[in-house]
Design a protein around this ligand. Sequence first.
Ligand SMILES: *[C@@H]1O[C@H](CO)[C@@H](O)[C@H](O)[C@H]1NC(C)=O
Length: 287
Amino acid sequence: MGQARAYLLASLAAFYLVALAIPQVTADMTDEVNLLWGNCKVQRDGTGRQTVAMSLDRWTTSGFSSKIKYLFGRIDMEIKLMPGNSAGTVTTFYMMSEGPWQFHDEIDLEFLGNSTGNPYTLHTNVYARGVGSREKGYRLWFDPSQDFHTYSIIWTQQYIRFLVDNKLIRQIKNKMMNGSPYPNYQPMRVFSTIWNADDWATQGGRVKTDWTQAPFTAYFRNYKATSCSQGQNSNVCGQSSPNGLFNQQQDQMQQQQVKEVDAKYKVYDFCDDSKRRIGSSEDCQSQ
Ligand SMILES: *[C@@H]1O[C@H](CO)[C@@H](O)[C@H](O)[C@H]1NC(C)=O
């Protein structure tokens, strides 16, 4: 290869590394996601910004997914849930690997609907190599159907974090050294779906979906994916990202946030459930 050409390629590669490290706020969400199935409609608000309206009725579940996969990164999305009687419905925002199901990795945020006037539950979980059962459930400190709020997943080699309006609610550290499975090598795609789960979702399945209220519609906007370099069909972050985004230790303020959220808003914790817990309770607590 000629020297000039090698130089050109190297600088192009450097350019892409830097360019991709910058959060990509795209004007159009559909540049980043494919509307996959069911009833997903693209709307524009007064400023021209895209919103995806996704609906559930008796016959149709709906969903979209990111066009590419990510191996580590940060995903932010603004979501506004359906108001009123949403009992039986589950609205999701999650990341999932492809390939054999028994080894799949998954990072979950799920909003379990409720009857009018009763609070949603935000359910969080992680699967690594097919092993899940790390559920924690939360109430929110606002009504998630009144406005858009930002929900985020940060996934690095060291930890997984869930944030609500930039407030850290949960962290799961990589404890593979202690034998706890951790998703650390399979790229994942981002999904959002709405489906009916009235056999278990609301008050343990006692409250059923009221189909006379259908369609149930949730809104999604400002999808933002931050990751590092572009691998084949996926974005990959190594040990360090150029902007240091993924290497921050959990600082004191965030530790405080998690403590506060745990004390005030946590309603379910797999750590308290020795039958379902994987790993020791010390592992559970020391996140
Ligand atoms: C629904 O509301 C009831 C009563 O406040 C509460 O016990 C329950 O956890 C809420 N969420 C779900 C998903 O059932």
